[in-house]
Ligand binder design. Structure first.
Ligand SMILES: C[S@@+](CC[C@H](N)C(=O)[O-])C[C@H]1O[C@@H](n2cnc3c(N)ncnc32)[C@H](O)[C@@H]1O
Length: 200
């Protein structure tokens, strides 16, 4: 096994191990709430990771799950065994989606845009593939508003960004600039974890 494949495997496994207590204490409830906003049957989830949202989908939906990292995708495929609907997996990035215009009823991304290399292009693509009036659901951690905390996040970001994790990303602002129509923003933890419900 090549070193790259091995490190990818360890990373994907480590993600689930690291997330387990956080899921149990906090995120499962949040994921369930986010997915309760899903509309329609044709759903796109981008940056699906290891598939931690799967258990919260309503029954009978058709999901296309997109993820660029092969080992994450492999774990997601395993996790989808008992999925209560149709689910298809595609290896792709949100900035270049291999789907036609105006196709999906709902699009979901949870904790993805902090890692996306070009978030503005990512939102443009999401808007392209969403049908007119389609729903966009984002659960994201973002740069906090307060003067002090935002500076702390900027400082820490110098280190986390080396690993591709941008903890000071202004995802809501970038989404608005891309033309997303915001319906509701729920501040979940302070103002640095947000549930954003929007439409095309
Ligand atoms: C922090 S994980 C979140 C995974 C999952 N959504 C969750 O809630 O557990 C971020 C995910 O976004 C994926 N990602 C990074 N850049 C991406 C891009 N440009 N397009 C789509 N997914 C991306 C990563 O590979 C990773 O699986």
């Amino acid at each position: 096994m090549a070193l790259k494949d091995f490190s990818g495997k360890i990373f994907a496994f480590g993600y689930d191990v690291f997330m387990f207590p956080i899921e149990k204490f906090a995120l499962e409830k949040l994921r369930a709430k986010a997915l309760s906003f899903i509309e329609g049957k044709r759903i796109l989830e981008v940056g699906v990771g290891t598939g931690l949202n799967f258990q919260f989908y309503p029954d009978g939906v058709n999901v296309i799950a997109v993820e660029p990292k092969f080992e994450m995708l492999k774990r997601a495929i395993k996790r989808a065994k008992n999925f209560n609907g149709q689910i298809y997996f595609v290896s792709a990035r949100v900035e270049f989606l291999p789907f036609k215009d105006d196709f999906f009823d709902s699009v979901l991304a949870t904790f993805v845009f902090c890692e996306v290399e070009n978030p503005a292009n990512g939102f443009r693509e999401l808007l392209r593939v969403l049908k007119p009036g389609g729903r966009l659901i984002l659960l994201e951690h973002v740069r906090p508003g307060g003067k002090f905390l935002s500076k702390v996040f900027d400082l820490v970001n110098n280190f986390t960004s080396i690993l591709g994790e941008n903890i000071n990303r202004e995802t809501l602002k970038i989404a608005l600039e891309a033309g997303v129509v915001i319906e509701k923003v729920i501040n979940v933890y302070g103002d640095f974890v947000k549930l954003i419900i929007a439409r095309k």
